[in-house]
Design a protein around this ligand. Sequence first.
Ligand code: HMG
Ligand code: MG
Length: 296
Amino acid sequence: SLPKIVTIIEVGPRDGLQNEKNEVPTEVKLQFIEKLQLAGVEEMELTSFVSPKWIPQMKDAEEIVARTKKIGRQFVLTPNAKGVELAKKATASSFAVFVGVSDTFNQKNINKTTEESMHELRPIVEKLLTEGHFVRACISTSFYCPYEGAIAPAKTIELCRKFVSWGVQELSVADTIGMANPLECFMLFESLKKEFPNTLITAHFHDTRKMGLANILAALQAGVDRFDTSAGGLGGCPFAPGATGNVATEDVVNMLKQMSIDTNINLESLIQAVDIVAPYMSRPIDTGMYKLSKCK
Ligand code: HMG
Ligand code: MG
């Protein structure tokens, strides 16, 4: 049977904006985040402590964290020790580390191979956990890599196993370029739920080929009850060519509501949150529920 309650981890302020070419003013980002919280979002990726040369949009990370209400889990992405140090100074308490299954993707995204990156991350993650912080591990290219093609599920599971052995509380397993189909999603998430019963398992779908909602249904059927989604369907990784935004929060919340699955998120307020950032985006918002809201 399907879960009755689903947790949405809103990634709009981070994944949604990181690839936006227009500079979005810090005040606008803060209003967006506040409205998302008011809509009922309790877990969110706020920003990234990464190199401003690589991802200029996230250069205001410190101010974003310092000025955001600390309700629920407000995550920051941190690729290395420097990122963690800056994030802690800004009083972050929930951390997201990220690494891809694919070596080539990691070299383009974080300038390291998978092994080099895992070697560097291990003491960082273990220290964060010892200090009592919450750590999620985001696993990129879990199904397909833009450079290496299909990724064997066994390779993805092997990488997840390492993070679980370090003690991370959550795995966010990503279809970075939106290429996975519902059958592949069902199979991988079923295996992950079975192998890691004591770790939160979250699905992170990009909607490049419009299979996002179908993949969510498949993951629900495999027992997943946590999804990373992005208000307005914004998003994409600059180092994953061709990949578009995440599956849209408003479309996921609506689908789940129609299926009597509760997310605790108010759809109208969510649309109002999208209204805040829409004027700053270089492409029009193209999600089902957002467009419908403008037809009334
Ligand atoms: P590097 O150039 O190899 O790093 O970058 P470095 O250690 O040689 O440092 C170079 C410069 O960056 C130095 O400054 C450092 O101080 C600075 P300089 O001396 O030249 O002035 N630096 C930093 N500054 C601020 N914060 C930091 C930091 N680290 C170094 N944390 C690095 C390595 C990882 C930093 C770089 O490659 C980077 O920032 N990459 C960005 C990756 C990224 O944010 N990608 C998008 C997020 S992942 C994603 O979207 C996928 C996900 O959504 C799941 C999915 O869909 O697959 C999560
Ligand atoms: Mg992503």
